[in-house]
Ligand binder design. Structure first.
Ligand SMILES: [Zn+2]
Ligand SMILES: [Zn+2]
Length: 344
């Protein structure tokens, strides 16, 4: 039983862990059961090779990763520049930026978890190129790469893909992490994320996967039941700065986490997966340690973690599960994807 408050050093806020409550009866909403078999190619999918998109453009017959400018961007370089003036305390400005979509595979019915190591490495290299290219533009202050996966987070098209928002501002969570990392370095002459990795290695109970240069763990201060961080062990401000050896190691640790997630309930595991990378605002971010975060919305196969009073109303998370117990569940799972068990 875990019943305590834990400090989240990157966010500088308390997380209430109230795992003694997890067996309370539930009579709320459940999600539909996972899908029937999905074909490799779907004629009206806007991400499948050779198909037309709403913009009128046609996807090439791509064979690996395919990147294109989002046809429904929320920020764009051609967003209206003449924004209506507004009086104080309100403020507005043009929604300047670049939005892109990255298809992981031409196959409509595959997930990131089912890709091989070389394909995941190839995707990481694409993220490197995108971060470097977009981040080097003067009008771009930050590059947010993220995948929303599953109907539980509002994605109805299963075609494996992620999105890139390259914005004229730094997203709040990143701004916060950059600030806390700088302050921690000023106070301790140590990189905060290095100390988080060290604390996880010293404790050992929450490590999900590890090799020479990369590590994955369910952090001590997890806000979601199956929240997992994946990171290189060396401090790099972005994925762009990783060596090819580090990319290989990161791909393998990332893949192992993804497979365990799918194996947990033998279904495609929904999540929001942001890459947390330093701003590209021209300032020094030497203490920012690039990492990937998984924020899975489910606590059980059909049970969503609802964000309610404490989270939305108050701004702090209340978790009904013990990070140590949830980490042990993931550790116990196989590194072979359940759909490939028969083949291996
Ligand atoms: Zn498709
Ligand atoms: Zn982070």
């Amino acid at each position: 039983m875990t019943w305590e408050e834990r400090w989240h050093p990157l966010r500088e806020e308390w997380v209430v862990i109230a795992a003694h409550r997890q067996d309370r009866p539930w009579s709320g909403e459940t999600l539909g059961s996972p899908a029937v078999s999905i074909p490799e190619y779907v004629p009206d999918c806007y991400l499948c090779p050779g198909n037309a998109r709403v913009s009128g453009k046609t996807n090439p017959n791509y064979e690996q990763v395919f990147v294109f400018d989002n046809d429904h961007p929320s920020v764009a370089l051609d967003a209206p520049l003449n924004v209506a003036p507004i009086a104080r305390p309100y403020l507005s400005r043009p929604a300047t930026g670049i939005s892109r979509v990255v298809c992981y595979s031409p196959l409509h019915n595959i997930t990131l978890a089912e890709l091989g190591n070389p394909e995941i490495e190839n995707l990481l290299q694409t993220w490197q190129q995108q971060y470097e290219e977009l981040g080097s533009r003067r009008e771009i202050e930050h590059v947010l790469i993220f995948e929303n996966k599953g109907e539980a987070v509002g994605v109805s098209n299963p075609h494996p893909h992620c999105q890139i928002y390259a914005n004229n501002f730094v997203f709040k969570t990143i701004e916060n992490e950059a600030k806390t990392s700088e302050q921690y370095f000023a106070d301790h002459r140590r990189v905060l994320f290095q100390d988080i990795i060290l604390a996880e290695q010293t404790d050992g109970r929450r490590i999900i996967a590890e090799n020479d240069s990369a590590i994955a763990f369910l952090p001590y201060f997890a806000r979601y039941a199956y929240e997992v961080f994946v990171a290189p062990k060396e401090t790099h401000p972005s994925v762009g700065a990783l060596s090819s050896r580090e990319i290989g190691d990161l791909a393998s640790v990332l893949r192992s986490v993804l497979i365990k997630f799918d194996n947990l309930w033998r279904m495609p595991f929904p999540y929001v997966m942001p890459l947390h990378q330093a701003p590209t605002d021209g300032k020094d971010h030497g203490t920012f340690h690039f990492h990937i975060e998984f924020h899975p919305p489910l606590r059980k196969p059909n049970l969503l973690k609802y964000l309610a009073g404490p989270e939305i109303g108050g701004g702090n998370f209340l978790s009904d599960t013990s990070p140590e117990e949830k980490a042990a569940e993931l550790q116990a799972l196989s590194d072979v994807h359940y759909t490939q068990e028969a083949k291996s």
